[in-house]
Design a protein around this ligand. Sequence first.
Ligand SMILES: [Zn+2]
Length: 620
Amino acid sequence: MAGRIRDEDIALVRERTSITEVISDTVTLKSAGAGNLKGLCPFHDEKSPSFNVSPARNVWYCFGCGAGGDAIKFLMDAEHLSFVEAVERLAARVGLQLRYLEDDRPAPRGNRPQQGQRQRLVAAHAAAVEFYTAQLTTAGARTAREFLAERGFDRAAAERYGCGFAPEGWDPLTRHLRQHGFSHDELVTAGLSRPARSGSLIDRFRRRLLWPIRDLTGDVIGFGARKLFADDDGPKYLNTPETPIYKKSHVLYGIDQAKREIAKQGRVVVVEGYTDVMACHLAGVPTAVATCGTAFGGDHIGVLRRLLLDTDAVAGEIIFTFDGDAAGQKAALRAFEDDQRFVGRTFIAVSPDNMDPCDLRLAKGDLAVRDLVARREPLVDFALRHVISRYDLDTVDGRVEAMRRAAPLVAKLKDQEKRPEYVRKLAGDLGMEIEPVQRAVLAAASGRPVDGPARPARTVPSVDSPQSMVEREALKLALQEPVLAGPMFDAVEASDYRHPVHVVVRTAIAAVGGVGAATGGAVWVEAVRDACEDLAAQALVGELAVEPLRIDGEPDPRYVSITMAQLQWGSVTARIRELKSRIQRINPVNNKDDYFATFGELLSLEQHARALREQAAGGL
Ligand SMILES: [Zn+2]
């Protein structure tokens, strides 16, 4: 147990500490008027700030969860420190030498007063950093220096990030730290040493390049260690294990250097490795951080949200950079699950050459790294593209299956106002009409299984889609007014009809010679019905022969012209959608001929569509 700190020293610490500065280390504060400040409470999950700080009274209070106190209490709660540890932290901050009362317990080992555990573990890490960085300049560390140099990091960069080298041998660090007064237990608890089978203590890291990992306040709390030698049979990266001060689910490498910029820019860039963080910072992306040996998760989001002041009103931006490889994409899609848990807008930046930021900076320079971040795309777009890319959109089956897989992603959008926009986008990407996509999204949102599709089902079509309605009208004209419909009807082929059962009826009309050959009356309708291939179509012919036309008064050639133009316009625009979707998937470099042929067809169809629209509007 810690010795007691003198009361007057505790009072001095309280007096000299700026509560605003202490809290600002973990929570971004903004003015709340009357000299007070507010931010997102670190002790409960909230979307609008109810965590208040009064610098004048040196207190904080959360109206959301009722937590509150002074700077000491804040550190105890936020960093899980004991009272003594919190006071020690603050004393170190304001440069105050604490005096301890003699405890009535047995005196601690050695002649120093026993400090709080956290302070001891942090002190052990500080001594370890000093040891390891000194090792980096020795002859044995040549491979480590080469590793850094090959990745574009000079000596100044290595010093800025405190890179070090864990030397050969079983226990050089352990012996060094023991000489500096750290106990066996402290070194094991800190994760710096571990007991060997023999019972003696050995170093955790050997023959590796090290990055010190710091918390928000800049204290070193652990290390990340990169394998350098082929005969090292450990994993590529080793990290400090879970300790009282190192919780990997919270830790973000680079956060100490990035936090001010993250708060200022309202943006954070999440990269994958230590070298990526260094490369980003050096390239002019100072908001980069990385997780350490674990996937990005809810606790990381919590840390970042409070820095970003990410509320319902203010949306911070979280940008993930991932390798273009399968693992990176999986990670991105997993992040989509997390996306639902925070308000911030989430973006993905994938380098086109599948290079990580470190490689990118080496190959193409600082500007390319900044450009990678600038070219970010919303996570939703990325996820949709990823899902769609697995299907062959040139086939009906492929489009329908892609729609079924993509619809749940759109349905999950937290911001429901964005749904229509994504329904339109998805329909465009798939080359489908908006309506079935919308249905699929609604079904997914309501938890029902997504209905299948617009697969050719030979049932009597519903008349809810404008295209179905216009097809019915054309067939009614052909059956009821064959002389009037005449060549205008015959000029539009069965392939322009979208609904399968309409196609059967149109084909039957062609089979009996077209409406041009008809004289009208019951005989004509009978002939068409007999030519129909299936019962559903035969029943439909009977229905359409008597259903009133959708025009008041007598139909005229102008009405036929408008109906046929509308019908064709529907099929032409559907074809245009297909071509647009296809052209996005053709690589113009590898498939130049295909690209330009498709492009040419698209241009002429668009011209045709414009003419049809004029005709459908009533001009003949
Ligand atoms: Zn609270």
